[in-house]
Write a protein that binds this ligand. Sequence first.
Ligand SMILES: [Zn+2]
Length: 123
Amino acid sequence: MLNKEEINNIKTELLKRKEDFGQQLKKIAKKDQEIKDNYRTSFPNYGNEDEDNAAEVSVYDSTLSLEGKLELELRKINVALDKINKGQKYGICENCGKEIEKERLKAYPQASKCITCAKKNNK
Ligand SMILES: [Zn+2]
């Protein structure tokens, strides 16, 4: 089990990451006014030639996938912070109910699954 100090360290780390991911998102996307915690990727504009348009689409695609990843991580971070703040069981695998390995939580504090379940899910 994580002790209070470890939880506090993890909380600090999560807040740091939240800030960091938020900054990265702001650079590539605009905050959605209608949906909370959602971001919209802004479409680049290089010009009106075919070549420009093709470049815009490819940049948009990669930005979109990066945005999606950042958004997903940000959501996980918020869920983890919420659990800690509400005194709910943080660090419990949502799949098997076992404790998530301490080392994993230190490296990836927003983890919602233990290593075994995370590996299974990736297959
Ligand atoms: Zn598990």
